[in-house]
Design a protein around this ligand. Structure first.
Ligand SMILES: Cc1cc2nc3c(=O)[nH]c(=O)nc-3n(C[C@H](O)[C@H](O)[C@H](O)COP(=O)(O)O)c2cc1C
Length: 328
């Protein structure tokens, strides 16, 4: 399939694996890129720029296809050394960076000087337009369904994507709630040039996380995610568990007086416990509503081949067939 996104990134299929803390290691990024999509290493999971450089080198050993790095600009008190991370990315020969969180504006000159294409992930049309204005090459439009941080506008993709298509000139991919060929065809119909998936890629053979995480996603229904940290305007969609119930209880008790310090223990340091140790009740970890559509743990190649076959079938048979069936 050829879209503006496959052309921009030099990939076979318009499918991107979004950055995921403690999931986006070289194994997954390489598997996605080898299967014809665009895999991404999650930059900040690597504790230092030196470790990121090593992870990039490891990924180069596993694939000769293009892959990228996610760089999340956190709303934090202790900012990571972003210029050094960008230097490691550029020196590692990376040509695509997915930015997320805050605007990447301050870092655009460094990224562009290194010949890097920037796809900014955001949850509103106004932020997407801002990304376009500051020179991003593409955007990833993340709807309310998404795992992780859906923002505070609560716009589902059925509205957000066509609104983005009305306003943007640069290409964009649909993100949040994407799982299969139906998602891809719908995303293309709504004006996107491809799709970005997070949660679906965790439930794959190559995702280097504990099997408990994959099984939890397979078992979960579309009703099993919760929104935490709403009162802090740092909303995160997570899979419900005992730790999440504790956070929600604290949020109810504190009401509008809630501070990050009240829930810090339940959200900080949780990822290694969940993803590495498989402690499923440790606390809040991002997961999308799309868990309700995930029923197996295929290889990444099986998943991507299946998505593309289903998309082709939908376009050629189901949709084209409906037109042919029209009387007159
Ligand atoms: C476990 C997990 C961790 C994530 N970590 C990050 C992250 O560190 N940075 C980021 O930009 N997005 C992160 N995301 C968001 C994904 O990149 C992607 O935008 C989102 O999962 C799309 O929604 P979906 O899960 O419905 O596919 C994370 C998502 C999940 C499920």
């Amino acid at each position: 399939m050829k879209t503006r996104i496959t052309e921009l990134f030099g990939i076979q299929h318009p499918i991107i694996q979004g950055g995921m803390h403690y999931v986006g290691f070289a194994e997954l990024a390489a598997a996605v890129s080898n299967a014809g999509g665009l895999g991404l290493i999650t930059g900040l999971t690597q504790k230092t720029p030196e470790l990121l450089a090593k992870e990039i080198a490891r990924c180069h050993e596993m694939t000769d296809k293009p892959f990228g790095v996610n760089l999340t600009f956190l709303p934090t008190f202790s900012a990571p050394p972003y210029p050094e991370y960008i230097a490691a990315i550029a020196e590692g020969g990376i040509r695509v960076v997915e930015t997320a969180g805050r605007s990447p504006e301050a870092h655009m000159p460094a990224l562009k000087a290194a010949g890097i294409k920037v796809i900014h992930k955001c949850t509103s049309v106004r932020h997407a337009l801002k990304a376009e204005a500051i020179g991003c090459d593409a955007v990833s439009v993340d709807g309310f369904e998404c795992g992780g941080h859906p923002g505070e506008d609560d716009l589902p993709n059925m509205i957000l994507l066509p609104r983005a298509a009305e306003e943007l000139r640069i290409p964009f991919v649909a993100s949040g709630g994407m799982a299969d060929g139906r998602s891809l065809v719908a995303a293309l119909a709504l004006g996107a040039d491809g799709m970005n998936m997070g949660t679906r890629f965790i439930a794959t053979q190559e995702a280097p996380v504990h099997d408990n995480v994959k099984q939890a996603i397979v078992k979960a229904s579309e009703l099993d995610t919760r929104l935490v940290m709403r009162p802090l305007r740092n909303t995160e969609r997570v899979l419900n568990n005992a730790g999440v119930e504790r956070i929600l209880q604290i949020e109810r008790e504190k009401g509008a007086a809630l501070q990050i310090s009240d829930v810090y223990d339940q959200v900080a340091g949780v990822y290694p416990r969940v993803m590495v140790e498989g402690e499923m009740d440790a606390g809040a970890w991002s997961c999308g509503m799309v868990a309700g559509l995930i029923r197996d743990v295929p290889t990444v190649k099986e998943l991507i081949d299946r998505i593309m076959a289903q998309a082709h079938g939908l376009i050629h048979a189901r949709l084209a067939g409906m037109l042919e069936a029209q009387p007159g």
